[in-house]
Design a binder for this molecule. Structure first.
Ligand SMILES: [Zn+2]
Length: 590
């Protein structure tokens, strides 16, 4: 979507210190800056920003990334949005304007935004004039302050009330495209929202992108309880969360987020001090929602009614969550007693003791057990059959292990038996697993490859001394080193300032992201100045160890092919040559 060289240019133009300093006060400490971490709550600063290497790292919670990551995590933006925002800061514009964002012949995005904002102001002004709407909010315990925080409004009962705010009411394309009016038969245009409490839905920066509307009072018997803006170029229901803009500071402070189903519930919860509550927009929880929520907080609580509909909705959320699960995060489900909703519940209880809930694994066990008879062999077999596909979806290893144990116990089988049945690789390492990763397990090798990676990150010009053929071998020891070397082979112009940020970009969401994070933490802790001779000597040692290992491997192998026999001879020759040569002559021959 966004070309790699654009991302790299962007990263080399922005200064991560500027980007972070806009939101977090930084203090200089040696070559770096430190601050209290914006991603977890702490008293002493463990959040470091490296101006020389253009990345941040928190030694407390492991938050880690480049300028793009910071904008994404801190503002809760999507990747493209974050890149756009940063590009705007340094006066660059995205090479390709998204052609699908605005429907053909539709109103431009800027018009939609201006129209939505004007409508939100109009509804807000109308609320002040409507005694009935004010009485309803008061009766729900909503204070003026909370109403203002959410920008609540009132859509008057008339059919064309918006005409008061929009002189071009009859002709405006933006009003139609923003979903505020409906063009009826014989061309008569009328307001979509009438006689309802209006809840502006905002993007993570607080811009209005749509509305949710709730009936109240006498009208409550007619029509649906909630009515939403239709999906528009700006507003996709399956992605947005109501109240996120208002909840973000508290979410960050508590490391916790509560997800409910109604807008009014969010407002009530904030009113009662649960100011980390958000709502899905009249849709079930989607995988996009779950991914977003898990990025924002370590503990995510989904709240549902205790009835059948609530249980079904919870199960759908669970299914959508499985392949988004991340170790170290906790997803829980909470069911309100029948006849209660979050609003009445939180009014009855103190805010803090509200959130006792079922962890995801327990909900899964409970719901699946309900469908079978665990007293019988057939029932237990059926349980495994039901659980298998769900457990397999979970990418987080520790989490999956928990689930394996839970279901093995329920079905009265051992964990290895269950793994066999589910076709899962055993978590506990077997001789087979050790063989697959045997070389990488050697601590000497690990520390050597890490040393080399550290040296390259501090001085990328060293990478030119690594032979391309070596990449292959390195891959088996330290994939993050290999990734960095490949990156440098593609972009030899990358310097010490930008290598870390570029490596984070290249490894974004990839398997090596964790290894890079560790390497960068080491880089922060110590600048390693390495001479070319030292570096080459390390490479030589690595090459030597790789070849000796391979020799051992080949000798141990029973049926060697002709090529393997040849390889063995060649390696033996090389290793013995190297042993005979004095170090200096090897250095000069590289
Ligand atoms: Zn932190």
């Amino acid at each position: 979507m966004i070309p790699d060289d654009f991302k790299q240019q962007l990263l080399s133009r922005v200064d991560i210190v500027d980007v972070i300093e806009r939101h977090v006060p930084l203090r200089k400490a040696g070559q770096n800056f430190v601050a209290r971490c914006p991603f977890h709550s702490e008293k002493t600063p463990s959040f470091s920003v490296s101006p020389g290497k253009q990345f941040y790292h928190c030694f407390g919670c492991g938050a880690h990334g480049n300028a793009i990551s910071f904008v994404m995590e801190h503002a809760g933006l999507g990747y493209v949005e974050a890149v756009k925002e940063l590009a705007g800061m340094v006066g660059m514009s995205l090479p390709e304007s998204r052609p699908n964002a605005v429907p053909q012949n539709g109103a431009p995005e800027a018009d939609l935004r201006a129209t939505l904002l004007a409508a939100a102001r109009f509804y807000k002004a109308c609320l002040k004039r409507s005694d009935a709407a004010i009485a309803y909010l008061k009766q729900r315990g909503v204070s003026g302050e909370i109403a203002a925080r959410f920008g609540l409004g009132y859509a008057p009962a008339g059919w064309q009330s918006l005409a008061e705010a929009f002189p071009d009411y009859r002709s405006s394309a933006a009003l139609k495209d923003a979903g505020l009016v409906v063009d009826g038969e014989n061309g008569r245009r009328y307001d979509r929202f009438r006689d309802r409490i209006m809840f502006p839905i905002t993007d993570p920066r607080g811009n209005v992108i749509g509305f949710g509307a709730r009936v109240f009072g006498e009208a409550a018997q007619e029509g649906p309880k909630y009515l939403n803006s239709p999906e528009t170029a700006l507003f996709q229901k399956g992605q947005e969360l109501f109240g996120l803009y208002q909840a973000r500071p508290a979410v960050r402070r508590h490391g916790r987020i509560v997800v409910v189903e109604g807008y009014m519930d969010v407002v009530s919860l904030h009113q009662h001090g649960v100011d980390y509550a958000v709502a899905t927009l009249g849709t079930s929880t989607t995988p996009v929602h779950v991914a977003k929520l898990l990025k924002l907080a370590d503990e995510v609580y989904f709240c549902f009614d205790g009835d059948d509909a609530g249980r079904k909705a919870a199960w759908r959320a669970l299914e959508n969550a499985l392949d988004q699960l991340v170790d170290g995060k906790q997803l829980s489900f909470m069911f309100f007693p029948e006849g209660e909703d979050p609003d009445s519940y939180v009014r009855r209880c103190a805010a803090d003791d509200v959130w006792t809930a079922l962890p995801l694994s327990e909900l899964m066990a409970r719901e699946l057990s309900r469908q079978v008879d665990l007293e019988t062999v057939e029932g237990r077999a059926k349980l495994l059959q039901l659980a298998g596909p769900l457990v397999r979806k979970v990418p987080a290893p520790a989490f999956q292990l928990q689930l394996r144990r839970r279901f093995a116990k329920l079905a009265e089988v051992t964990v290895p038996e269950l793994e066999e049945l589910f076709g899962l690789r055993p978590v506990v390492s077997s001789p087979g697993a050790a063989r697959r990763t045997g070389l990488a397990r050697s601590p000497a090798m690990l520390s050597l490859t890490r040393w080399i990676l550290h040296a390259v990150l501090n001085d990328p010009s060293l990478a030119a001394r690594v032979e391309p053929a070596e990449l292959d071998a390195t891959d088996r020891f330290h994939p993050a080193l290999c990734g960095v070397l490949e990156l440098l082979a593609r972009c030899p112009e990358l310097g010490a300032r930008d290598i870390c940020a570029a490596a984070i970009e290249a490894a974004r969401d990839g398997a090596t992201a964790g290894l890079l994070r560790e390497a960068h933490a080491e880089v922060l802790a110590s600048e390693k100045v390495v001479s070319a001779a030292e570096f080459e000597s390390a490479l030589r040692t690595l090459r030597d160890r790789v070849e000796r290992r391979r020799i051992t491997e080949l000798i141990a192998k029973a049926g060697r092919s002709a090529e393997e026999a040849e390889e063995l001879e060649r390696l033996k020759e090389r290793v013995s040559q190297r042993a005979k040569q004095p170090a200096e002559s090897i250095l000069s021959s590289v």
